[in-house]
Design a protein around this ligand. Structure first.
Ligand SMILES: Cc1ncc(COP(=O)(O)O)c(C=O)c1O
Length: 227
């Protein structure tokens, strides 16, 4: 839909495909002109490098992007390049497992009485389910859920044992974060509310741990929330 509007107005489209990875979604095939990735996330997959990729199938755009890259000297170091290549070899198999676990985790979260809302486009209840089905392989491996208040979110973050509590995503380990004070800390209260980032919202990047262990871990943490 965005591509159609952009083409009508001769605009260049840029899609950040970080959350999906090329394994789950191919924006160039959807008509996007330039795709960017934080390769720090799923592409490398092990939370041990910082890297990025800019991808296009348009020669003229590629030449302009290369000019900027060359001018600013944005090249990746040798060790990081090696780690990225090594991570890429298991991208497909990692994404299959990450996303299957995320789907299970989202379905479980949706049934918990302490959870007011689950944001995951792989759930039939998501307003984005149909779009996601059309353009990507599945719902990905990042979801968020609302436990009702800052206090409850704090209880969950302090009581889970498996996920690391950090701002990133896309690693072999599950990563839990608190968007209002981490990834979206620069937004004021109005913008947070407008974007649905409520005080009880936690974000989970689902790792490669046994999903039953993860569910049990969150189940135990939820028991600390006063009813
Ligand atoms: C969707 C998205 N795009 C880009 C970035 C920036 O990536 P990096 O930290 O690798 O520069 C991030 C990182 O947080 C991200 O989540």
């Amino acid at each position: 839909g965005v591509v159609a509007i952009a083409k009508e107005h001769q605009l260049v489209t840029i899609a950040d495909n970080t959350f999906m990875s090329p394994y789950l979604q191919k924006p160039l095939d959807l008509g996007i002109d330039i795709v960017v990735h934080s390769a720090t996330k799923w592409l490398a997959g092990h939370s041990d490098i910082l890297a990025g990729a800019v991808v296009t199938n348009d020669q003229a755009l590629a030449a302009q992007i290369y000019f900027v890259q060359n001018a600013v000297g944005a090249t990746l170091g040798v060790t990081d390049s090696w780690l990225l290549q090594r991570g890429l070899k298991t991208l497909a198999i990692r994404m299959e497992r990450h996303t299957a676990s995320a789907q299970q985790m989202a379905a479980w979260l949706e049934q918990q009485s302490v959870v007011l809302r689950v944001n995951y486009p792989g759930l039939v209840s998501s307003p984005f389910f149909e779009i996601q089905q059309r353009q990507a392989k599945n719902g990905g491996a990042v979801l968020s859920f609302d436990v009702g208040s800052y206090e409850n979110a704090k209880i969950v973050a302090e009581n889970v044992q498996i996920p690391v509590f950090s701002v990133s995503l896309g690693g072999v380990e599950s990563i839990l974060s608190y968007p209002p004070k981490m990834s979206h800390a620069e937004l004021d209260a109005n913008d947070l509310a407008a974007t649905g980032i409520t005080p009880g919202l936690l974000r989970l990047s689902v790792g490669l741990e046994d999903v039953d262990d993860l569910i049990a871990d969150f189940g135990k943490a939820f028991k600390n929330i006063p009813v």
